[in-house]
Design a protein around this ligand. Structure first.
Ligand SMILES: [Zn+2]
Length: 79
């Protein structure tokens, strides 16, 4: 079975025997095979998701703070 690598220039899959990418002509990285590229992509996606979760939590805590302020002003101005 032939090994396939991913072009750094255009991101297309190319036969890893190729020295140059037939699509965009940039030099093909040898040794970077499809599995590695997938692993890297998943790692990146995981990191992005982590950041997204953190910012979501941050925003939620901001909203909670606002809610708390609103509630306490409601209580202090209460009957
Ligand atoms: Zn290319």
């Amino acid at each position: 079975m032939e090994k396939v690598s991913i072009c750094r220039g255009c991101g297309r899959t190319i036969n890893s025997d190729f020295v140059f990418c037939p699509w965009c002509g940039s030099v093909a990285e040898s040794g970077e095979y499809l599995d590695d590229a997938f692993d890297a992509a998943f790692d990146k996606a995981g990191a992005l998701q982590h950041v997204a979760t953190e910012s979501r939590i941050e925003r939620m805590s901001d909203e909670l703070g606002e809610l708390e302020k609103a509630l306490s002003s409601l209580i202090s101005s209460g009957r």
